[in-house]
Design a protein around this ligand. Structure first.
Ligand SMILES: Cc1cc2nc3c(=O)[nH]c(=O)nc-3n(C[C@H](O)[C@H](O)[C@H](O)COP(=O)(O)OP(=O)(O)OC[C@H]3O[C@@H](n4cnc5c(N)ncnc54)[C@H](O)[C@@H]3O)c2cc1C
Length: 414
């Protein structure tokens, strides 16, 4: 083990993907004392940056571009982290431990970490390739959207998930006319309780968004630019700008072509190891085990990317570290903050704490009396308490849980 560690500390580690996970991993490697060669490959041409503001304050213009990167260039230079920006890894040869870049360069590694993130799910209906159809995933996607989000512009957003709704809120702030088309019968239907969906639907409608559920888009019309969105029921929606927010899929192509096991994400164990002993993975691209929920999960969350990358970095240098956290996410829409702690699948009881009319309430999910997940709307105390209680598999007293006057942290007896 000691010999293994010595070697690991002086070898070459290559990280592919300069998003939340990749940026965190190189920082952790250096802070843990790794002093070998360290290379970060990113196909984006910018320094690693925070992605959440892209649909929020960066899109609205309230957050300046200089505030997006995690670190200045000097940090990477001082810590001898070789940045290969604007470089796409095209192929991994796990036999010769080599990464081929699309510019023809080749990099040999001792250990490799994949932080490849997720890619937006594409709209496939006729007209999907017209100009004026946009996706929002990288900072490079923003300027064209911002240019089109002029006051009075007709913005149609396909998808009422987090990104669609956050973008709708920002577009309203910029005084655009906004229509959201959601295929399901309620917004955020995969991630939130009906009462939470209802609360956010009402917020959007109050703010002037035209929100249409059960809307199945069949085609986009326009000569060269999108002009109209046509739904299966024959309804049409004028569009100067169309944003597609219909979810994302794990970015696994590079890994699967390299022969790594993939199954709704790159398959990793609790030590972030892939099916190849020298290759690790972290963040949105992984499918990993959760002991809390006794199942494998694929998450799209900043917290998961940061924490899994920290664990992966330590494992890369033979400091065994388990990644097994209760997931949590957040979303900002207008002045509302939604926190989701845990996973609610399989719940057999749902308790609402507080009245949505007060604009501050929480929905708690239980299974067999055990707290599985909490959705907290404008309620940071419940969010903080939920992180501990869900992780501890707490069994709250139901009467106390249903009473918003009792602090969530005090709902467990004994
Ligand atoms: C608009 C938007 C808003 C969001 N808001 C929130 C939020 O409010 N809260 C929250 O918890 N999460 C939010 N998320 C999700 C969050 O940003 C992700 O979960 C997080 O970025 C995942 O980190 P990651 O490192 O796994 O992937 P990413 O940050 O996506 O990084 C992956 C990187 O790898 C690069 N890459 C991929 N393939 C290659 C290759 N072959 N060669 C070189 N580079 C490659 C990609 O270009 C990218 O830079 C948001 C996401 C988006 C898009």
């Amino acid at each position: 083990m000691h010999q293994q560690l010595e070697n690991a500390m002086t070898s070459t580690i290559v990280v592919i993907g300069g998003g939340h996970g990749g940026a965190q991993a190189v920082e952790t490697l250096r802070s843990e004392g790794f002093d070998g060669r360290l290379i970060l490959i990113s196909d984006e041409s910018t320094l690693p940056y925070q992605r959440p503001p892209l649909s929020k304050k960066y899109l609205s213009g309230e957050l300046a571009g200089e505030r997006l990167p995690f670190r200045h260039r000097a940090y990477y230079d001082e810590h001898q982290i070789e940045l290969k920006l604007g470089s796409r890894a095209a192929r991994i040869d796990t036999g010769s431990r080599r990464v081929d870049l699309s510019n023809g360069d080749q990099i040999v590694y001792d250990r490799l970490l994949l932080c490849l993130g997720a890619i937006s799910r594409n709209l496939t209906c006729p007209g999907a390739d017209l100009a004026g159809v946009h996706y929002l995933r990288t900072v490079a996607d923003v300027p064209a959207i911002q240019r089109a989000m002029q006051p009075g512009a007709q913005v149609v957003i396909i998808g009422g998930g987090y990104i669609g709704l956050e973008t709708a809120a920002t577009a309203r702030k910029l005084r655009c006319e906004v229509t959201v088309l959601e295929m399901a019968d309620r917004v955020m239907n995969r991630v939130a309780a009906p009462s939470v969906s209802e609360y956010f639907s009402r917020e959007h409608c109050t703010q002037g968004v035209k929100l249409i559920c059960n809307a199945m888009v069949t085609r986009l019309d326009g000569d060269t630019r999108v002009q109209r969105v046509v739904c299966v029921d024959g309804s049409t929606h004028q569009a100067d700008l169309l944003i597609v927010g219909i979810g994302a899929v794990a970015n696994v192509q590079l890994a699967s072509e390299a022969g790594l096991r993939c199954d709704d994400g790159i398959f990793v164990d609790k030590y972030c190891r892939t099916s190849n002993p020298n290759v690790f993975a972290a963040g949105d691209c992984t499918n990993h085990p959760s002991s809390r929920y006794q199942m494998r999960v694929r998450l799209e969350s900043v917290d998961n990317a940061f924490e899994q990358a920290k664990a992966a970095a330590r494992n890369l240098i033979d400091r065994p570290t388990v990644h097994d956290r209760v997931p949590w996410f957040w979303s900002d829409q207008y002045e509302n903050k939604l926190f989701i702690v845990g996973l609610s699948q399989g719940h057999d009881q749902e308790i609402t704490r507080g009245d949505p009319a007060t604009r501050s309430f929480s929905v708690c999910y239980l299974r067999g009396g055990e707290l599985l997940a909490v959705e907290a709307i404008n309620h940071s105390k419940d969010y903080v308490a939920a992180r501990k209680l869900v992780a501890d598999r707490a069994r709250p007293n139901i009467d106390r849980l249903a009473n918003p006057q009792v602090a969530l942290k005090d709902t467990v007896e004994g």
